[in-house]
Every structure is written in C-alpha cells, then in structure tokens.
Write a protein that binds this ligand. Structure first.
Ligand code: AMP
Ligand code: ZN
Ligand code: FE
Ligand code: FE
Length: 271
C-alpha cells in the first residue's frame, strides 16, 4: 500500500481537476492521496469526494510559501481542519497577495514590451491562488515564449526581469498556524534548497516532519533526509509534486510512499 502526499490541482497551479487527479491516483494504484495546493484548501472537499468514490484514502493538505532566515521555503500542512477560521482567513490574505503580485508582474512584463493582461492571466488561472505558472502559460499562449520552462528561465525566476517578491509568513508563523488548525507541519522538498542549516531552527519552532521521498531527490538526498528525520525525531513524508500535464509526463506515481509513514502521521495528530 502506497501514498502520494504532494499533489496539485487546478485549484492552484496544477492542470488536473480533483476528479482527474483522483482518477490518475487510481490508475497508478495509490491507497492514499493528499492534495497540497499552494495557499488554498478549497479543492479538498471535491478531492475527498473523488477519492471516496475510488476507495482511496484522502489526506487534507496545503503547501505554504514561507521564509526562514531570508530563505524561501515551502511547508506542507497535513491533516488540518480545512474549515479552521484562522487558517481560512490567513489563506484568504495570501490569495490576495498572489492576485496583487500577478498585477505587479504583468506590469513589469508589459514594461519589457510583452503584451499580456492581468485579466488574461486570471482567466487562465481561474482559481483563488494564481501564480507564476499561470503567467508563464499566458506568455506561451501569447507567443512570447515557446515553453513554460523558457518563460521561467527568461522572465519569471527569482531575479529575472518579470519577477516580483511575494509577501510570506515566517516559517514559525506557518508552523503555529498549522498546529492551531490541528495539523502537522512538514518541510517540502528540502533537497531543492541546498540549505540544510534551516532545518534545526524549524525543529525548534515545532516542525513535525521532512519530505524525504520526492521526485527530484537523488538517492543520497533521500538517505540524508531520512537520517536527519531520525536524528531530530521527525516524521517522514513523500510525494511526487505532480502538477498535471504542464511539465511533460504526469509525475504522479513517481514517488510511492509506503503506507506505514502515513500511519505514523495519523498517530501523531491523535497524540
Ligand atoms: P509562485 O508560487 O507563484 O511563486 O510560483 C511557484 C511555482 O512555480 C512552483 O510551485 C512551481 O510549481 C512552479 N515552477 C517553478 N519553477 C518552474 C519552472 N522552471 N517551470 C515550471 N514551473 C515552475
Ligand atoms: Zn506549484
Ligand atoms: Fe513546492
Ligand atoms: Fe508543490
């Protein structure tokens, strides 16, 4: 029995609907799936229903963008009450931050002579958590870039001319929020940051787990994070970070987390 605990839908920057995503989960034989859209839990109700229909266990989740000592990190919140009042109001605030950032980034791109409008991006995003991938898709649709990857490389990556920084929660604030909503806080894809020194302060702030198994983690990275998890007494999680079809072949099925790790997470929230 396997789980994939890092997945996106079109409630943020994935391309699949919750029903399509659950269908792919069934196809690759998953026993459990989480939905971890960026800054929103709005897809969770539909995902829960779509999973129930396919006898797949659903784990509510969300991916938060946070800052720790000047480094931008992603934190995954799992098994939270998705109707928790302060969780919902904080998410609404960061969705507003995302909308404002789309306007700012589009203006910068317009200044470079790239003609796209915020309305086009918002229409294409059609969700409450619009982000850079939606701007990238608009640049491709308008013929300014050939691929999403090119859009990121030339304009959207940190430091590139279309990039605008995003206001974020601190890691400690996000961990507190996740705990208040009854959930577990996990550092997402630590191997992508090359900044393992951020982990001990997160542990001091109450971090519960490390995403050790991840599509872009090498075997040695996975081993390193399994060791760190053991050392700090943290839970171990894993997921594919599938965003649908927008990055070539869907990643769902690339990472299969043995179910025992999810069982430990569930015991930890009850404890
Ligand atoms: P944002 O949250 O708006 O800052 O956008 C970040 C998201 O963009 C990440 O979560 C990834 O899903 C996506 N992303 C980052 N780099 C790339 C890339 N080179 N190509 C496609 N998507 C990317
Ligand atoms: Zn994403
Ligand atoms: Fe991420
Ligand atoms: Fe993700």
């Amino acid at each position: 029995m396997y789980a994939d605990l890092h997945l996106h839908t079109n409630f943020s920057d994935g391309t699949y609907t919750p029903e399509e995503l659950a269908g792919h989960g069934q196809r690759v034989g998953l026993a459990a799936m989480s939905l971890t859209d960026h800054d929103t839990v709005d897809g969770c109700a539909r995902m829960a229903a779509a999973c129930a229909e396919r006898e797949i266990e659903f784990v509510p989740g969300c991916e938060f963008t946070v800052e720790q000592a000047g480094v931008e990190l992603h934190l995954l919140g799992y098994l939270m009450d998705t109707e928790h009042a302060r969780l919902c109001s904080e998410l609404a605030k960061y969705q507003e931050v995302r909308r404002n950032r789309i306007h700012e980034m589009v203006s910068k791109l317009n200044g470079l002579g790239l003609k796209i409008t915020s309305e086009e991006v918002m229409k294409l995003a059609n969700c409450d958590a619009p982000g850079r991938p939606h701007i990238g898709r608009a640049l491709v649709a308008a013929g300014h870039c050939r691929t999403l990857d090119e859009a990121f490389r030339k304009y959207l990556k940190k430091g590139k001319p279309g990039w605008v920084p995003k206001a974020k929660l601190t890691a400690a604030e996000a961990i507190t929020l996740i705990h208040e909503a009854g959930g577990l806080a996990v550092i997402a894809h630590p191997g992508l940051y090359h900044r393992d020194e951020v982990i001990p302060p997160l542990v001091d702030a109450g971090l519960d787990g490390i995403e050790c198994f991840y599509t872009r983690h090498s075997t040695s990275m996975t081993e390193n994070y399994l060791m760190l998890a053991e050392e700090h007494g943290l839970l171990v999680t894993g997921g594919s970070d599938c965003h649908g079809d927008n990055k070539g072949k869907p990643l769902i099925g690339c990472v299969k987390l043995p179910y025992e790790f999810l069982a430990r997470m569930k015991s930890a929230v009850l404890a």
